[in-house]
Design a protein around this ligand. Sequence first.
Ligand code: PMP
Length: 441
Amino acid sequence: MTAALLCWAFVAFASNPAHAFTISSAAHSPQHRPQHIVARTKLHATMGQGIAVNPLLADVKLSKTIEVFATVKEMEAEGIDVTSLCVGEPDFPPPRAVLDATIQAVEGGETRYTAVTGTAQLRAAIAEDLRGRKGLDYKDTEILVSNGAKQSVYQGVLAFCGPGDEVLIPAPFWPSYPEMVALTGAKPVIVPTTIEDGFLVDPAKLEGYINDNTKLMIFCNPSNPTGAVHSKGLQEGIAEVMKRHPQIAILSDEIYERLVYNDENPHVSFASIEGMYDRTMTVNGFSKAYAMTGMRLGYMAAPAKLLKPCVTIQSQLTSCAGSLSQAGGLAALTKVTETEMESNVKIMKEKRDYVVKRLSNISGLKYFVPDGAFYILPDVSAWFGGDDTEFCLALLKEKALALVPGSSFGADGTVRLSYATSIEELTVAMDKLEAFMEEKR
Ligand code: PMP
């Protein structure tokens, strides 16, 4: 239940912010954000209400999913046990080696600031891991360890984008991307994909969203919330488009790269695509692969010219990632066996297969079988007139099952299920979902 609450809190506060307004207006109106900010500032000046928030934030609206969150709270107060498929974290604990190394770091007094960029040992281990598994050749000095991939993404956006700039974000997207872009004063430009195309970016269509102001593309592969994995060939197609627009940097968020299930479609890092290394910031972390979500540890790997401004930002924001977490992260990369990693992937794949099998029993439901991450985004637009928030609210009230409305991810008419939970919980959830969708059809 706590997990459900946290999840809805996250969605309510982190999901749309500038979005409901910014995305639609930014995408369809010629009005530029700086003018909008000016207008907001004037409004504040004339309101005479004392302390005005930063105009960048004044644009931010609470997500409509707050309604669902409020309902979860009411139900909890009544003692109802809500089944939740909305958490974005693995249900398995961090590997024993990670916990042991963290405890040892506590006992050994590793409680001081580290270098801004992270401990030398951890940076070397990350560089080695990227070389061995991803074929990426970064120097140790081209690694910036952070307090989570989320921080790395924001620093990457802030380092290169500001008012007047545009940032390509394929949809469905992780809700923080447009939010972070809006917080820099730049404009999120949403590039839609369809369930029919497996939620994959079409390079030919991508080009239509690029102009001289385009500074960055945020590329999430494997994707949260769709689980789509872009093949090497498809990424080469995207790279061809990028080559025609040399002013665009790419931030490749690969935090789910360890969780892939189709041997014929393995994860390939965008920076390893011919011609892309020099302009790509590779972001990854320990939250999903090693279940270290609360330890807050991630990193960016990038050529020095891209990494340096991110180091500058981090030096002024957080100084460094937690020293104890860095000790745990070092053990994750140097002590956890491939066998243990593969066993986690196998278990997650069994869960994916179970959920897909259950969804296939619901007639009229469209879905795309994800090759990675631990989410699936079925299209429920044939229910509740396509209103995914109404769908989720009714599901929560009538069956005590919490899912996340797809509109939070720029995917109206869909719902996101996270299958990173026990098979027992998944069975209860899928029984509830199936019964609900049959009743409401
Ligand atoms: N990127 C994506 C796509 C995510 O889903 C998440 C976590 N939900 C993050 C980044 C942030 O990960 P971290 O815990 O390392 O900050």
